[in-house]
Design a protein around this ligand. Sequence first.
Ligand code: DGI
Ligand code: FE
Ligand code: FE
Ligand code: FE
Length: 189
Amino acid sequence: MMQIQKIKENLKKKLSSKRYEHTIGVEYTSTCLAMRYGVDIEKARIAGLLHDCAKYLSSEDKISKCESYGIPVSDYERKNPELLHAKLGACFANEIYGVTDSEILSAIIWHTTGCPDMSLLDKIVFIADYIEANRDKAEDLPKVRELAFKDIDACLLLILEDTIAYLARKKSVTDPMTQKTYDYYKERN
Ligand code: DGI
Ligand code: FE
Ligand code: FE
Ligand code: FE
């Protein structure tokens, strides 16, 4: 795998400065949550750093890159190509940054929609993406941040709830995977 310093240099070149700052925020926050929940901090760090590594591509490039990697693109994703940065990010993490660890790749793949029965590392990156210190737009952030370190599943459910409500306000449809994730954790909380 590429060295952390080298990964950072690469990301700094590829991403906007705002996206890069967010990336460092997710690196730090994932690491803190990993400490809290007894997860491998190195894995949390790498997953946090690389989660948005494909975000800089245009929508058209996201779709065509997925096609060239053989990643299936659903109708929903074709209408909302932004979502593809998660799956593409895992491909880039593997091909460009040399990450082979399946737990890290999984956390990158599911960081936007979540998925039912997530691993602790998946949950950590999903949550860190939402709460890192540069984030300020979402509602309930102080409560979500507090919950992240107290009750990870309650935190996850609150983020999913807020995301679905936000999408409804924007009149966007919720991706079937986001809905499935919500239903799964709603039943179990
Ligand atoms: O890449 P980031 O901006 O750091 O964060 P992200 O990958 O979690 O993406 C956040 C955006 O994705 C946010 O605007 C909400 C949106 N999102 C999450 N679930 C869905 C969704 N957008 C659509 N269209 N459908 C979803 O189910
Ligand atoms: Fe993202
Ligand atoms: Fe997210
Ligand atoms: Fe992100």
